[in-house]
Design a protein around this ligand. Sequence first.
Ligand code: NAX
Ligand code: ADP
Ligand code: MG
Length: 286
Amino acid sequence: MQELDEKILRQVIKPRPQESFKGTFGKVLLVGGNHQYGGAIIMAATAAVYAGAGLVTVACDPLNVTALHTQLPEAMVIDFHDQTALTKLVAQVDTVVIGPGLGTEAASLAVLQTVFAQTKAAQTVVIDGSAITLLAEHRLPLSAGQLIFTPHQMEWQRLSGLAIADQTPTANQAAQAKLGGMVLVKKHHTEIYASTGSWRLPIGSAAQAVGGMGDTLAGMIGGFCAQFRTDVTQAALAATYAHSAIADQLAENQYVVLPHQISHALPAFMKKVAQSGPDHQIGFMN
Ligand SMILES: NC(=O)C1=CN([C@@H]2O[C@H](COP(=O)(O)OP(=O)(O)OC[C@H]3O[C@@H](n4cnc5c(N)ncnc54)[C@H](O)[C@@H]3O)[C@@H](O)[C@H]2O)[C@@H](O)CC1
Ligand SMILES: Nc1ncnc2c1ncn2[C@@H]1O[C@H](COP(=O)(O)OP(=O)(O)O)[C@@H](O)[C@H]1O
Ligand SMILES: [Mg+2]
């Protein structure tokens, strides 16, 4: 297992080409946010926008639209119960993030099935939170596309059948091979498994142990994958590293780090990375 380090940031985050427009930086659709968990999809969408995705649309329960737009006017929105609109939108995006706050009721399952049936091989699909729990419960056929699963340890137990105590690197790698795609097992020192290798995140702290931290990571991965499309695995690794690197910097002066603070710090952090040379220590606050 390789130890991830700061180099992954410079490999992925490059200065933006000036000959460009919003379409150059990818279209992301985030699906989730039921009547109970609107905050989750707002945090995920905030992360995707602040990570620099060109166009971001949210499919959620209409109950959350005003709150979403109050926080994030940059995002467009559709009702996730509207199968026709959802089907049309899935076809128009590069990247789908599904699961933050989706819930596990019948309507949530119907949304998941619609999205999974529509994705194509060229798309990246980030599968998080409730979408993982639903998949584990219902054993649905998997979505087409480059899949990135982002379970915490309990969600990984549900999906892989491995009890948390049995989630060793060897067992996790074997479960990833059976599942396909990329798997981030989120915990203190997250582990990442892909067919091309495995990585351990050596940074991050208990200041991050707060609801919405994973929703934010899922949105960041979506934003990075949509924008830095040449290598989706590298893009997901860079997002994972950046998420905890920013949290560590904030935690120097804070007891707890709030998920939206990571998103709000992203543009300055990414600018520093894009400008930095190989020996430069990346810090957005100094
Ligand atoms: N503001 C919001 O709207 C929020 C919505 N959320 C959404 O709520 C839904 C349910 O997700 P939850 O994760 O809360 O609930 P889950 O029931 O899926 O998982 C929580 C359970 O997993 C156990 N667990 C074991 N190891 C863990 C680990 N390393 N990290 C986290 N939990 C671990 C916990 O003890 C707990 O029993 C998801 O769709 C999620 O996106 C959460 O993100 C919290 C914030
Ligand atoms: N003690 C910790 N040390 C480092 N990272 C942590 C710690 N606790 C939580 N995290 C990180 O916070 C995120 C939590 O994800 P998740 O449980 O899905 O949150 P939520 O669903 O509430 O958004 C993961 O990226 C995880 O690695
Ligand atoms: Mg989660």
